[in-house]
Design a protein around this ligand. Structure first.
Ligand SMILES: Cc1ncc(COP(=O)(O)O)c(C=O)c1O
Length: 535
């Protein structure tokens, strides 16, 4: 018999049965009993949150659980999503040979036939260290990964720079251009309506993915860099005055340093940076000392791109809010690797790029708390961001349109929506657990190589390993790895203050994603040994 904790697959059927609630108290009581009997603790804890006004089919629910426990599919009309990576009595999770062959689905609505699908309802379940993804199968969704580079199967370990795109995203963008390309919001015709609906639907997908309170808090931009510039040039220019202070962190990407430097220079403000220790962890006790009555804004990265540090942004936000200072979180490196809940964090702004989460280039997101966005002046002027224009004056639109001047990137917003669907179906917790395992495995294997120095050892980290080789320049190491078909980043990663704080100018940086396997890590380790041995 399967373990209910592992086999409680939140497919659309169970999600439906569980999230629908009874109108009558007796039904609710019965629901509680069923949940008590069959569900893991986390689900029981959530039972209070069931929606109040839908009919619940209790017999179906109970029968469904019984069938599931007996190893069957309780909802035969819904194609069962095979959790190929999960161990059961008949198959070894590490051995794809022992599983049913996987036919990649290109229809997002169908699910993907891989990993554990995850409903919004169960996103909070923590899968801890259990690696449930079958990355060998997942890889088949990514056409770019099906090629040889320099005579070797491509091993893509440059995910920190950008991630590859699954068929589901590519097809969605192609479908837009083939079938309903149109400008949005303006045209009163069928294609304009379709494009507008799809664009706004993508906005809602982003809202759900980061748990924003409203889709009006989601602004589409080109990417993280543009998003941070937008906030610096709107909120920053509006509220900073000479002598004020802005705090960033030493671990931040240049995209979260330069825009604040620029506005601080313009306004006569001081830019401070939270220091890091030699492990690559921010020293938050210093941050508590740095923040003063003149501090007007804090902007920090969620996950560092060079050591993979997961910063304690909740604590940073709490400290800043204790001084009435708003906080922007740069989520470029966290969005694809760890769950994000902007309301639970209490973030005032959260910014990320679509291309770092299997979505297209040229699309990104600024989440801004509505109360703040309402007060902010626009950045760029033009069409779409106005309510009324005369030659003398302009009445601006409400957010988010106020911050989306001109024709937006409709296709790529829709593509980003598809990417978030893809990630949600696999489950961000599952992805996090998988990547954490790979990262630790890579550190362990690389750490055994004589002449290789790992850089940084943060307490909580995700997806990134940084290293240098004795006597072999970083750029050369990158080129030699490329000869073996392995793509990594070799350079300063646009994070010079972070690397310099630990005494380095450059590093070799493999970064892991949901399609990477232990075999990919093994190939990297063999290639590094070969490079060192060849010297
Ligand atoms: C932490 C961090 N912030 C910001 C950026 C900039 O993102 P983009 O180039 O997509 O604007 C990156 C990109 O690598 C990053 O890693």
């Amino acid at each position: 018999m399967m373990n209910i904790q592992e086999s409680f697959i939140p497919d659309p059927g169970l999600g439906f049965a569980y999230t629908q609630a009874p109108q009558e108290d007796s039904s609710l009581q019965r629901l509680k009993e069923i949940v008590q009997q069959y569900c893991p603790d986390e689900v029981r804890a959530e039972r209070q949150t069931v929606l109040p006004d839908e009919e619940l089919h209790l017999e179906e629910l109970e029968a469904g659980f019984k069938t599931l426990l007996a190893g069957g599919n309780p909802f035969p009309e819904i194609p069962m999503i095979e959790p190929l990576g999960i161990p059961d009595s008949s198959g070894n999770p590490e051995n794809p040979e022992s599983q049913e062959p996987h036919t990649p689905s290109t229809n997002i609505e169908d699910g993907f036939g891989i990993g554990i699908p995850e409903t919004q309802k169960l996103q909070d379940l923590h899968y801890e260290e259990v690696d449930t993804l079958n990355s060998e199968q997942i890889k088949k969704d990514f056409p770019v990964l099906q090629q040889k580079v320099n005579g070797h199967d491509l091993v893509w370990l440059d995910n920190g720079a950008t991630t590859q795109k699954p068929n589901q995203v590519i097809d969605k963008i192609s479908d837009y251009y083939r079938n309903y390309n149109s400008n949005i919001h303006r045209g009163a015709h069928t294609l304009a309506a379709r494009a507008t609906d799809a664009y706004e639907e993508a906005r809602e997908k982003v809202q759900r993915f980061i748990n924003a309170a409203s889709s009006e808090e989601i602004i589409f931009v080109r990417g993280t860099t543009e998003g941070i510039n937008l906030v610096a040039q709107t909120y920053g220019r509006q509220y900073l005055t000479p002598g004020d202070e802005v705090i960033v962190s030493t671990l931040d990407h240049h995209a979260n340093i330069v825009p604040w430097q620029q506005v601080c220079h313009e306004k006569g403000c001081e830019l401070k940076a939270i220091p890091t220790d030699q492990n690559g962890d921010l020293i938050l006790s210093e941050f508590e000392r740095q923040i003063t009555p003149r501090t007007r804004f804090v902007s920090v990265g969620h996950v560092n791109n060079t050591f993979g540090t997961i910063n304690d942004v909740k604590r940073i936000i709490d400290i800043a809010h204790g001084h009435n200072v708003p906080v922007l979180i740069d989520g470029a490196q966290s969005i694809a690797h760890t769950p994000v809940d902007v309301q639970a964090l209490g973030a005032d702004f959260f910014v990320f790029s679509g291309h770092k989460i299997y979505g297209p280039n040229g699309i990104g997101v600024v989440y801004g708390r509505k109360a703040i966005l309402d007060k902010m002046q626009p950045w760029q002027g033009g069409g779409n961001m106005i309510k009324d224009v005369t030659i003398e004056r302009t009445e601006y639109n409400e957010p988010p349109a106020r911050f989306e001047a001109g024709t937006p990137n409709v296709a790529d917003a829709i593509g980003l929506g598809a990417a978030l669907d893809y990630v949600s179906h696999l489950g961000i917790r599952n992805i996090e657990a998988h990547e954490h395992k790979l990262t630790e495995y890579a550190r362990e294997q690389l750490g055994q190589i004589k002449g290789l120095t790992l850089i940084g050892n943060p307490k909580n980290r995700v997806s990134v390993v940084s290293f240098v080789l004795d006597g072999i320049p970083v750029p050369e190491t990158g080129t030699l790895l490329d000869k073996e078909g392995i793509a990594v980043r070799a350079g300063h990663h646009c994070a010079q203050p972070a690397l310099r704080a630990l005494g380095y100018e450059m590093s070799v940086r493999p970064t892991f994603a949901l399609y990477n396997t232990r075999e990919d890590v093994d190939k990297l380790v063999i290639a590094v040994r070969k490079i060192i041995g060849g010297r």
